[in-house]
Ligand binder design. Structure first.
Ligand code: URA
Length: 434
């Protein structure tokens, strides 16, 4: 087999066989296929697409390019969740404890944020002492003994994807639905998931800006899961405005804890119950989502989810007292609240602009490996559709440096738009793909 033939076949719109895909992935991973050839291949895929069968083969080949964790001896069903990323998306912090407290073990490997989209590990690392570098053995032992673990990738999962993603990033080949779907699903499969709830974000603050593309990505990922013998459901959820009110690492941890205390923003609480109900259904603890929701609501209302969160923090070396003493989370030096200058209906809070403003404050990175400031961020005080009176608080900036505070105020103000006419609230969920 020759790589040039595989590239040309894809360029001319042909369908690659399983053997050709395995040959390509193995060759690229071990360095026998050069980056320029892989880049040409990725562009051919971007332009001509892939069939569901090809996408599944690519996913499995990438999953098998490194370690594959087997959790079948550890838990009866390993249920995972994955969000395609957004602004203020702290769902894992609540859903992990919620589902584990309901009796379904959750072992989650998460990532750091990149660009305007936040990352679960950065949020958890705001808690003093919390470790996100558990070894695979520690991951498995904690999952077995406590039913809840949340860490970074400990082993070399799907190295072919890591290499291909880095190449796509610099060759204009990221926005290909089959390549995104196989990239996400290869990591989920390698991490041992038997069932996966996919939270596919749609809107200006998401990878997928429109519903049509999000639906296609969701359908493709669910189809890959099925063909690979896994169960999956995808929830198409809004990312036009930030989820909840808080954006920024320690601020989001605080909001997640408040949510587990029953004091969270209504949209975020509802979103967590939605994701948890699907996880409980896929994990066969509930006969349907309705029952899953009741079980999850009970874990939330009884305070058990919060107990599980405290236990998670302590099991991984963190200061569990933050749960009761939120003032122990990092606090920014400057905190300034800006009020509305006139009355009106809130028409938009541009999620990406808010995310970018948070990154500039130091909450995120513009390059991999940069250090971040856990204390800074933005609290928006309203949701789209709210009537806001002049003089009411609109948002609060948490900053460590005064010049950054001043530029964030301008940027966050510009992310808010108003209307004199009534504005409908944004839907939380646009659809579900099973
Ligand atoms: N996230 C991934 O893991 N891979 C992609 O290709 C895009 C988003």
């Amino acid at each position: 087999m020759r790589v040039i033939d595989i590239i040309e076949k894809k360029r001319d719109g042909g369908e690659l066989t399983r053997e050709e895909i395995i040959f390509f992935v193995e060759g690229f991973t071990n360095g026998e296929i050069a980056d320029y050839q892989a880049a040409a291949w990725a562009m051919a895929v971007l332009l001509n697409g892939m069939t569901p069968g090809e996408t599944t083969e690519l996913t499995l080949a990438m999953a098998e390019s490194g370690d594959v964790i087997d959790l079948s001896q550890v838990v009866p069903i390993a249920v995972d969740k994955h969000s395609t990323g957004g602004v203020g998306d702290k769902t894992t912090l609540v859903v992990g404890p919620l589902v584990a407290a309901s009796g379904l073990p959750v072992g989650k490997m998460s990532g750091h944020g990149l660009g305007f989209s936040g990352g679960t590990l950065d949020k958890m690392e705001s808690i003093p002492g919390f470790r996100t570098d558990l070894s695979t053995q520690e991951f498995i032992e904690q999952l077995r003994s406590t039913g809840l673990v949340l860490t970074g990738q400990s082993v070399d999962l799907a190295p072919a994807d890591g290499k291909l993603y880095a190449l796509r990033d610099v060759t204009g080949t990221v926005p290909s639905i089959p390549l995104i779907a196989s990239s996400i699903m290869s990591k989920k499969i390698a991490a041992g998931a038997h069932a996966i709830v996919l939270d596919v974000k749609v809107g200006v603050g998401a990878f997928m800006r429109n519903l049509e593309n999000a639906q296609e990505l969701a359908e493709m990922m669910v189809s890959i899961a099925k063909q690979a013998g896994r169960r999956a459901v995808a929830i198409l959820s809004d990312m036009n405005q930030p989820l909840g009110y808080a954006v920024g690492n320690a601020l989001e941890v605080r909001e997640a804890i408040e949510t587990m205390q029953g004091l969270g923003p209504p949209d975020f609480t509802e979103h967590c119950l939605e994701i948890a109900s699907h996880m409980l259904h896929l994990g066969q603890l509930a006969k349907d989502e309705g029952e899953g929701r009741k079980i999850a609501k009970n874990a939330l209302d009884s305070g058990r989810a919060l107990d599980y969160f405290r236990m998670l923090v302590q099991s991984q070396g963190g200061d569990g007292s933050v749960v009761d003493r939120l003032d122990r989370l990092p606090q920014a030096k400057y905190q300034e609240t800006i009020s509305a200058s006139h009355d009106g209906y809130l028409q938009g809070i541009h999620a990406r602009k808010i995310g970018e403003a948070a990154v500039k404050l130091g909450a995120g990175r513009s390059k991999k490996g940069e250090s971040i400031d856990h204390s800074v961020g933005i609290i928006v005080h309203h949701k789209v559709g709210n009537w806001v009176e002049a003089g009411e608080p609109l948002f609060t900036i948490h900053a460590s440096k005064e010049p950054l505070l001043n530029s964030a105020i301008k940027e966050v103000l510009a992310a808010h738009t108003f209307s004199d006419d009534k504005v409908d609230p944004l839907p939380l969920v646009y659809g579900i793909v099973k």
